[in-house]
Design a protein around this ligand. Structure first.
Ligand code: ADP
Ligand code: MG
Length: 811
């Protein structure tokens, strides 16, 4: 049993640009603890937080300042917990802090760079690496991903997500068994045999969470997310199984309702916006007070799920995320206060071992048989019936393994059955006689053989050659996978509407072309992995396709609008950056693949040269050369594997960014469409249009929305605008837009000041220009045109001489 208080760490987030930074200092001098001093600015101290105190001191195990990177956080905070989980203890890491303080960044990671990946992906990577190294045990890993929103539990990995929305799925509920163990009904567990599969599950959960989020359901700030890695281990042949769980928790934002202070006094203790955080605090207060017999775990779902992590069988770590800008100082002080209480809680982690009932039954059956045999001997009962074929075969197997066992203490256990004992003696006698005959012939052949060293050497070479062949195959597979990855990246670069689903499938099928045998072998050996792949990445891609890949069904205008939306979106820079990095990684991997081939070739040459007839010295030199090449080869091979993981991760990031982009576009589009319906033919109804979310770079040139380089975007007829270049329109759109038949006084005024071009468009009656009749297509087209008009309008408004006359829209 390991007794330990909850470990508390603090992480200070870099300030948001243009925000005034608060004053704080970190003292690292003391052993094992660091202290954080926060200075409250006078204007805030005066009545906002507490009785004009100006300086606050908090102790933490360690404090990570703004410059601490994700690797440091993992190494110092998560790795020790992951190690104890591997040893069989439960572990929990939870991030606590106000919205925007970096909880998600710390737990899951940033969506932009590979180096920004957070605790979950790094821990998965570490755990799978360790599992691969340890061949003494059999491990199984399962993943679950739970979201708690408004006291309701949702399974983020429920495969039915694809078909229905989060709210329609069965809620995750808590069940308690007589031993007061918590079980979660409707929470799916997914086996992950590799890091890649586990990452796919993380991605899937995050995407489902993002898709479910609406302005009414601010999942990312109001919900708690618990990503759990379930690890079981067993030594081969043993009936004892160890289970350990690692919860990685991203809590809801800890901000509280506005506090009201009068005359410098804090009137009431501020309340959390999130009710379950309030219950969490109550549990923590109860645990930190001595002699409290009742701990109110049952009050909320979150405290029930995390019961073991809080004052129970678990090694728990809290990360207080702090945003120490001046305006956030009071929330940061609250977070630190909470952490100080958490630090008082003692946990007692024990190894969770249980006996596998199946193995136990086998063991007991054997014991019963032995006892029966013994009883038979003691009671003098003699068995006369002959041993069966199977029993004889079993006995001979036992004798063989007994003879092969090098341990002088080993015993031949056949039970107390005299028939078996007799048969063993018989069989041993037979073997001994055979050995004698064989031994004679061996001695005679040995005397003929001059050099008995040679076959050994030959054998060694053969072994090395076999290993080389094996590596060859591995490289072939990796190189082929890389080729496919590269092709995918190129496809992604050239075509954003690629059918990822199919592609993923082909990527996941690791068949090296032209080597069907190898492919088949891999197919057989990884049949289970394949099945998993279809349920994770296959599912992921189909989810991407179904939830966001509606572009195939989009009308032309909408597709075009999406292209522009995408280009002008702030995230497009990230996507482009990641594409660049991905490209770099591919070429790095390619170069590495070539170096590996070269190294392999050299190994081949050295081996072929190392014929037994060589003088010792030369052979020795060749041998060391060979060893050196092999070492180099191994290092490069490991690097290539790491690159593969990185490439996969980058692709996940890009997929995620695309989902986000599409989601934002759909939201924007829906809003525009509904605005159109709410405000039908109003003159100058463009003013309510929301512009695309844009980067500052794109804002300076909104005209690019109107004129893309290829000139494919149909232009809007804008006879009212003085900008000549805005006035050319495509028929397709022009026929759906009419100058207002009854312009408002303001628009009439405007038209008077407009250019002759403006007057050149004849005003036709509305009814003479029908729309397509398809309301969906029409509203799509209209929304698109309105978006353009909006920007056009802005452009014209910006210039004092340019005016836009109102349009009428009909649908
Ligand atoms: P929370 O989950 O607490 O609401 P986020 O993790 O979403 O906060 O962080 C808010 C923003 O700040 C994100 O854009 C994130 O990338 C950024 N951020 C947070 N912590 C850091 C950090 N340590 N370094 C760089 N950027 C950070
Ligand atoms: Mg968050």
């Amino acid at each position: 049993m390991v007794k330990q208080t909850i470990q508390i760490f603090a992480r200070v987030k870099p300030p948001v640009r243009k925000q005034q930074q608060g004053i704080y200092s970190i003292d690292e001098d003391e052993k094992l603890t660091s202290s954080l001093e926060i200075i409250l600015p006078r204007d805030l101290a005066d009545g906002f937080v507490n009785n004009k105190r100006e300086s606050y001191n908090f102790k933490f195990q360690r404090i990570f300042d703004q410059d601490a990177n994700q690797e440091t956080i993992f190494e110092n905070i998560a790795k020790p917990v992951a190690e104890s989980v591997l040893a069989g203890y439960n572990g929990t890491i939870f991030a606590y802090g106000q919205t925007g303080s970096g909880k998600t960044f710390t737990i899951t990671g940033g969506a932009e760079r590979y180096s920004d990946r957070g605790i979950i992906p790094r821990t998965l990577s570490y755990i799978f690496e360790q599992l691969q190294k340890d061949s003494s045990k059999i491990y199984t890993t399962h993943i679950s991903y739970l979201e708690i929103y408004n006291e309701c539990g949702y399974d983020l990995l429920d495969p039915r997500h694809e078909a229905s929305s989060l709210e329609d799925l069965p809620k995750v509920t808590i069940l308690e068994d007589p031993e007061q163990n918590i079980h979660l009904r409707n929470l799916s567990l997914h086996q992950a045999t590799t890091e890649e599969e586990a990452l796919n599950l993380l991605f899937l959960g995050d995407t489902n969470r993002m898709i479910a989020e609406t302005p009414m359901n601010q999942a990312s700030t109001r919900s708690h997310c618990i990503f759990t890695i379930h690890l079981s281990s067993k030594e081969p042949g043993s009936a004892t199984v160890r289970h350990a769980k690692l919860h990685l928790v991203d809590l809801a934002g800890s901000e509280r309702v506005a506090k009201t202070g009068v005359g410098g006094q804090l009137l009431t203790e501020a309340k959390y916006i999130n009710l379950s955080l309030h219950y969490l605090e109550q549990v923590i207060i109860a645990l930190s007070e001595k002699h409290r017999s009742h701990i109110p775990y049952r009050n909320s779902m979150m405290t029930s799920v995390l019961r073991d992590s809080l004052g129970g069988n678990c090694m728990t770590t809290m990360i207080a995320t702090l945003s120490l800008e001046k305006r956030n100082i009071d929330e940061s002080i609250s977070t630190c206060r909470f952490a100080q209480r958490v630090a008082l809680i003692k946990n007692e982690a024990v190894l969770n071992e249980e006996i596998d009932p199946r193995l136990m039954i086998i063991r007991l059956q054997k014991e019963i048989q032995e006892l029966k045999d013994e009883l038979a001997i003691v009671t003098g009962e003699r068995r006369t019936e002959a041993l069966t074929e199977a029993e004889l075969l079993q006995l001979e197997k036992l004798i063989t393994s007994f003879l092969e066992d090098q341990d002088p203490e080993s015993r031949l256990e056949v039970g107390a059955d005299m028939r078996k004992i007799h048969h063993c003696f018989h069989h041993l006698k037979k073997l001994l006689n055979e050995k004698k005959i064989l031994g004679n012939s061996i001695v005679s052949s040995e005397s003929k053989d001059q050099d008995c060293q040679e076959p050994l050497k030959e054998e060694e070479y053969k072994k090395l050659r076999d290993i080389l062949k094996q590596r060859d195959n591995e490289i072939n597979i990796l190189v082929n996978m890389l080729k496919k990855e590269k092709k995918k990246a190129q496809d992604a670069l050239h075509s954003s509407s690629m059918d990822r689903s199919e592609f993923r499938r082909s990527q996941n099928s690791p068949f090296p072309p032209g080597n069907p045998e190898e492919g088949q072998r891999r197919l057989l050996s990884s049949a289970s992995t394949q099945a998993q792949d279809f349920s994770t990445s296959g599912y992921r891609s189909s989810l991407l396709h179904n939830k966001t890949g509606m572009r195939g069904e989009m009308s032309l205008g909408r597709q075009e609008a999406f292209e522009i939306f995408k280009r002008d979106h702030a995230d497009s820079i990230t996507i482009d950056d990641n594409k660049q990095i991905l490209k770099q990684r591919f070429s790095e991997a390619k170069a590495l693949g070539e170096s590996i081939n070269e190294a392999r070739r050299k190994i081949g040459i050295s081996e072929n040269m190392a014929v037994p007839s060589m003088p010792d010295l030369q052979e020795e030199r060749l041998r060391s050369q060979l060893e050196e090449e092999k070492r180099r080869y191994k290092t490069m091979f490991t690097r290539l594997k790491a690159l593969k993981v990185e490439i996969e991760h980058l692709q996940l990031l890009m997929d995620k960014a695309k989902v986000k982009l599409q989601k934002e576009f759909e939201a924007w589009w829906a809003e525009e469409a509904s605005n159109l319906q709410v405000k039908p033919p109003a003159v100058n109804s463009l003013n309510h249009m929301k512009p695309f979310p844009q980067t500052s770079e794109s804002q300076h040139d909104q005209s690019q929305f109107l004129f893309n380089k290829s000139g494919q975007v149909p232009q809007i007829p804008s006879p009212q605008c003085e900008c000549q270049d805005l006035g050319v329109g495509s028929d397709m759109y022009a026929r759906k837009i009419l100058p207002s038949p009854c312009p408002s006084p303001r628009s009439q005024e405007q038209s008077r000041t407009s250019t002759p071009l403006g007057n050149s468009t004849p005003e036709r009656p509305v009814s003479s220009v029908p729309l397509t009749g398809d309301s969906q297509t029409d509203s799509d087209i209209l929304a698109f045109i309105k978006a353009r008009q909006n920007i056009l309008q802005k452009k014209c408004n910006n210039s004092s001489t340019q005016k836009v006359r109102g349009f009428h829209f009909y649908s």
